[in-house]
Design a protein. Sequence first.
Length: 265
Amino acid sequence: MELNKIYNGDCIEVINKNIDESSVHLIFADPPYNLSGNSLNLENNKTGGAFYKVNEDWDTFNYDDYVKFTADWLKASHRILTPNGSLYISCTQHNIGEILVEAKKLGFKLNNILTWYKVNAMPNITKRTYTHSTEFVCWFVKGKNWVFNYDEVKKFNPNKTKEGKDKQMRDFLDFIELPIVQGKERLRGENGRALHPTQKPERLLELIIKASSNEKDIVLDPFFGTGTTGFVAKKLKRNWIGIENNSDYLKIADERLTPKKKEYV
């Protein structure tokens, strides 16, 4: 097993072949939501910049295949987590049910469901449903004595007491206000279009990594994409492992994380 490295391949195969049992302290996973199948382009959207509905081959499954895929990568993740390790999974209402059921079958304990309120979410175009302005992050733990750096999370809360001190979290968690990635943080191609349709905010990963790991711990992302998890983990002095099967995303992540230095082993 190599640290501070991106493995190219299917995450289930790579985890089972290359990652040591009970070795990873924290996993952040942003798996396919299985929402693709039709396209929607709003190039002139004013609220959050140009919007393109996710419509990718890697996000397209029939239902039975998706359930099996979810169960398989969760099983592989359970094997490599330390006995007190944490697993965070990004999801929406479209796939949270399958994640909750399959994770509980494996013995994961659900500690919290964080709600990410996207302050610049796409406007309600169809006017046939409530506006989709939230996503969820499910926090599971494998066993007892999990890491939770409460004071670090209090510092993360932008709301302070009247005296300017760090405030309790009830007005912040489980509800987190963060914009969809835009501006300089958004990775774009020469045509200005986002290089990855579901790039997650660095601030969200900062919260998760600070809360549920310590310096020199190992943080793994089985759906590495453009490498946000590794990028933030590196800044926070954690070791990281990324797994990505898309060669285009792998190249972007590799450039983002170069030079790869194994300073925290």
